[in-house]
Write a protein that binds this ligand. Structure first.
Ligand code: SAM
Length: 245
């Protein structure tokens, strides 16, 4: 058997992401789960030539290939997907884990527009699951006739993750209302918290207050029991404070 003709590759980022997510914690686990999340993909020279994106504006969605630059380089053959509660192990190649050989990620995102000027090329994106600063290695237009497969089997993740109800308390509402981006930030908070960003092994109500960074704020929230008259119900996440950081 001949050895692989290519045993080592060097990749050059074509740009980087500027997003609403300063930290990993709280970022939805796939794109499309929080469509209020906006991002910019800023191309780097020499890829920032407007010729590189000629024709791209005719596509509504893009595949973005990127580096999980905040993940460690070490990897293991088995990982514990949050969807399985964080305990069951499956093969790294049967998962979308960020801890993988080569640390490559792939996200299907919405393309809102392209800005080209003397300063370079910037793609306006939404519905991203990417941390601010993520290096981007490639982009390709999405072809629904070739790549949409609604009949496909989806292993341990056959459905979108469940969503929790979210409540924003009065003090946090007041902080939001005073901001020029009140509506879009409110939508982002609702969509991000509905995914329940807490670690997979945390379920139900708890005393602890968590903080998730979105744009320039720290959104502090806790999990409450959302019981009905019969004392039954699901968990509710309540935003207790919004602090500008
Ligand atoms: N859609 C991509 C995929 O399937 O390859 C990413 C899925 S991965 C499970 C999504 C998670 O990656 C997010 O919840 C966030 O915590 C994490 N993440 C996003 N950008 C990252 C980065 N630059 N470095 C490390 N982790 C990142």
């Amino acid at each position: 058997m001949p050895a692989s003709p290519c045993s080592h590759v060097t990749l050059t980022p074509i740009g980087h992401i500027e997003s609403d997510y300063p930290d990993k914690f709280g970022v939805p686990r796939q794109p499309g789960l929080a469509d209020a999340a906006r991002a910019r993909l800023v191309l780097t020279a020499p890829f920032d030539d407007p010729l590189t994106v000629r024709g791209l504006e005719a596509f509504s969605h893009l595949w973005v290939t990127f580096l999980f630059h905040l993940s460690p380089e070490r990897w293991t053959p088995l990982v514990r997907p949050p969807r399985l509660g964080g305990n069951a192990r499956i093969g790294v190649f049967a998962s979308r884990s960020t801890h993988r050989p080569n640390r490559l990620g792939q996200s299907l995102v919405e393309l809102e527009g392209i800005d080209t000027d003397d300063a370079g090329v910037c793609l306006r994106l939404r519905s991203v699951d990417l941390v601010d600063g993520t290096p981007v290695l490639d982009i390709k237009p999405y072809l629904p006739w070739a790549e949409s497969r609604p009949e496909a089997r989806a292993g341990f993740a056959p459905e979108p993750p469940p969503r929790l109800p979210v409540r924003i308390n009065r003090a946090a509402q007041a902080t939001l209302d005073a901001r020029p981006d009140a509506d879009s930030l409110r939508a982002l908070i609702q969509q991000v918290l509905a995914q329940d960003p807490r670690p997979a092994y945390r379920k139900g109500a708890e005393e602890r207050v968590y903080g998730v960074r979105l744009r320039d704020v720290d959104v502090r929230f806790r999990a409450l029991a959302n019981t009905d008259d019969q004392g039954e119900g699901e968990t509710l996440l309540e935003v207790v404070e919004i602090v500008v950081v």
